[in-house]
Every structure is written in structure tokens, then in C-alpha cells.
Design a protein around this ligand. Structure first.
Ligand SMILES: Cc1cc2nc3c(=O)[nH]c(=O)nc-3n(C[C@H](O)[C@H](O)[C@H](O)COP(=O)(O)O)c2cc1C
Length: 193
């Protein structure tokens, strides 16, 4: 499989990055072709609402996301790891997701054939202990992201309390949670810890 992984936290090597690494260790196989991106390392603009993509199926902004667009059209799976900020995703992840407007327009305005069908995997972690609305905002954002990028199968991994729990291989609860996931991802599913 061709897999694109995206780390969408402002902080490198913290909860969001660690969770992505632990997930990838279990999901990615030796034969997979993997493309790993850290949004913080990329230079890219927010969507400027020029609606160029409503006329032609491309984004006119010539920045680091052009490479990502190519990959999004080729890969079999996207793994996107993000923290929760103010009940949504942080600005850096949201800016990236807003740039997927090019696929929204392609599908709903230009009505072109969809890009390659793939699996979308959202790893979402919130620092607070679980509360009822914690994942609603990010789930809605990812629903739109997955729809636009033709992620037909959708997997959500939702972790609460990450400001208190340790994201490491010594955390038995986390390890058992990750080990009990069916990584074949044959059906839409939400896993919560
Ligand atoms: C500006 C800001 C807003 C946050 N808002 C929420 C929130 O609404 N709900 C929540 O559960 N955690 C919230 N958190 C906590 C983060 O989700 C948590 O610390 C996360 O693990 C950070 O990921 P990182 O280690 O990759 O930076 C917030 C943190 C920051 C800095």
C-alpha cells in the first residue's frame, strides 16, 4: 500500500507525534511505500478563497502543498494525527484541511470523477479527561476532509486525557488499546480510549 502520514501538531515529538509513531508501528508493513509529513516543517499558506479551484481542478498557490496534492491523489491510505484545540483541530491542521477545498470543488462544483478511493484514518488526542463534546468538532472537520479526499473507509482513533497519561510503550492500557485494533480496516469504525 501507498500510505501518506500527516503530523498536525505545533509540537514535534509530543503526544500527537508519539501516537502517530505507535500507530504506524502496528499499521505499516515492510512492503508499504510510506510518505511521512510534519505540517510544522512545511511552508504553506491558508486557503485564500480565490475559488480558482472552482474553475480548474488545481490550487493556484504554489507552495509545499503541491507535493502533498500529488500524493493525496495516489495513496491508498491517509493517516492524520492531530491534537484537539478548543474543541476542534489546531490552526495548522485546519489550514491544511482548508486547502482540500480543491477536492471539494472538484467533486461538488466541477463534478469531475473522484480522485482515488482510499482509507482515511484520523488519530485525535485531547489533553482533557473525556467529556461528551470532546471529539464532535474534530469529527465534523474530518468528515468533510474524508469526503473531499475520497476516503470511503473512515477510521477514528480518539484518545482523551493525553495531558495526564503517558504515550509510551510502558502504558499498558494504551498498548492493549492499540494492539486490539483490527488493522485491516475493512469497515468504518471509531476506537476510543
Ligand atoms: C490552545 C490549546 C487548546 C486546547 N484545547 C483543548 C480542548 O478543547 N480539549 C481538549 O481535550 N484538549 C485541549 N487542549 C490540550 C491538547 O489537546 C493536548 O495537550 C494535546 O495532547 C497536545 O498535543 P501535542 O502534545 O502534540 O502538542 C488544548 C491545548 C492547547 C494548547
Amino acid at each position: 500500500m501507498k500510505i501518506l502520514t500527516i503530523m498536525g501538531s505545533e509540537r514535534k515529538n509530543k503526544n500527537t507525534a508519539k501516537l502517530l509513531n505507535f500507530f504506524n508501528k502496528r499499521f505499516i508493513k515492510a512492503e508499504d511505500e510510506v510518505y511521512e509529513y510534519i505540517l510544522k516543517d512545511l511552508k504553506f499558506s491558508a486557503c485564500i478563497s480565490c475559488y480558482g479551484c472552482a474553475k480548474k481542478p488545481a490550487c493556484i498557490i504554489n507552495d509545499d502543498l503541491q507535493d502533498l496534492y500529488k500524493l493525496i491523489e495516489e495513496v491508498d491510505a491517509i493517516v492524520f494525527s492531530t491534537p484537539i484545540y478548543f474543541n476542534s483541530v489546531p490552526a495548522i491542521s485546519k489550514s491544511f484541511i482548508d486547502r482540500m477545498q480543491v477536492y471539494w470543488c472538484r467533486k461538488f462544483i466541477l463534478k469531475l470523477p473522484p480522485i482515488k478511493e482510499k482509507i482515511g484514518i484520523a488519530l485525535i488526542n485531547g489533553g482533557a479527561p473525556y467529556y461528551e463534546e470532546q471529539f464532535i468538532g474534530p469529527e465534523l472537520v474530518f468528515d468533510h476532509f474524508f469526503k473531499s479526499t475520497t476516503c470511503k473507509r473512515r477510521i477514528f482513533l480518539e484518545l482523551s486525557n493525553t495531558d495526564s497519561i503517558k504515550i509510551d510503550e510502558d502504558n499498558k492500557e494504551l498498548v492493549s488499546f492499540l494492539n486490539n485494533i483490527d488493522y485491516s480496516f475493512k469497515e468504518n469504525k471509531t476506537y476510543k480510549l
